[in-house]
Design a protein. Structure first.
Length: 226
């Protein structure tokens, strides 16, 4: 998980969106906003958020339709926000794959707490599962990397970088973000990440997986799985 997770707020009432954004940012979250169904689906595809805070009653198509479209291609955690507390709505949302519900009127502090709880739960579930792409496999429990039958001996810092990139494929991370993930207690300069990435790239190339970590000029690095 990024040290500053990205939350996509889907809400057509500006005052509510402003309030949610202010409280989330105060707690260190990054945010993106959409005010209707089609822009929510498009922004989800482009921004690849860590969680979606999704109002049910939005223009274009409603939150349940947005949830269905998200679930067709991703397992991004989704918290539904609704003014209707009927059990039927809740059951429908859960059947479609919602992770939690918040009913209006709500306390923004409660919403932030729910966001943290869902991200924590999803993170614990994901943490133990092996990560795979083509012949590349990471085992989080053993802290081990393999390419096919070849073991790749990485340092802990290199492993943390690779695991983070693989958990967020095709998303670009700055040096500072990778430093927070790989060396959270360090006062090292951001450029030290270049050295760790260079060593990691060489090891992956020797094992038969070259060029999967891309440098995005002026921005940072990403693991390209396209």
């Amino acid at each position: 998980m990024n040290a500053h997770p990205l939350v996509l707020i889907v809400e057509d009432e500006p005052d509510i969106a402003d309030l949610l954004e202010a409280y989330l940012r105060r707690d260190g979250f990054r945010t993106e906003r959409a005010s209707d169904g089609s822009s929510a689906v498009s922004l989800h595809r482009v921004a690849r958020p860590d969680l979606v805070l999704l109002d049910v009653n939005i223009p274009d198509f409603d939150g349940f339709e947005v949830l269905q479209k998200i679930r067709a291609s991703a397992q991004t955690p989704v918290i539904m926000v609704t003014a209707m507390a009927e059990d039927l709505d809740k059951l429908l949302g859960l059947k479609l794959g919602a992770d939690d519900y918040v009913v209006k009127p709500f306390s923004p502090l409660e919403v932030v707490a729910r966001v943290k709880a869902v991200l924590r739960r999803v993170g614990m579930q994901a943490a133990a599962q092996p990560l795979r792409f083509a012949d590349l496999e990471l085992d989080p429990l053993a802290v081990r990397v393999r390419v096919g039958n070849t073991r790749v001996d990485t340092t802990l810092t290199e492993y943390r970088i690779l695991e983070h990139l693989l958990r967020h494929p095709n998303r670009t991370f700055t040096r500072g973000e990778l430093l927070d993930v790989a060396l959270p207690e360090s006062d090292a300069l951001e450029r030290v990440i270049d050295t760790h990435l260079g060593n990691l790239r060489k090891k992956l190339e020797q094992a038969g997986m070259p060029d999967i970590i891309e440098t995005v000029r002026g921005m940072g690095f990403r693991l390209c799985l396209e």
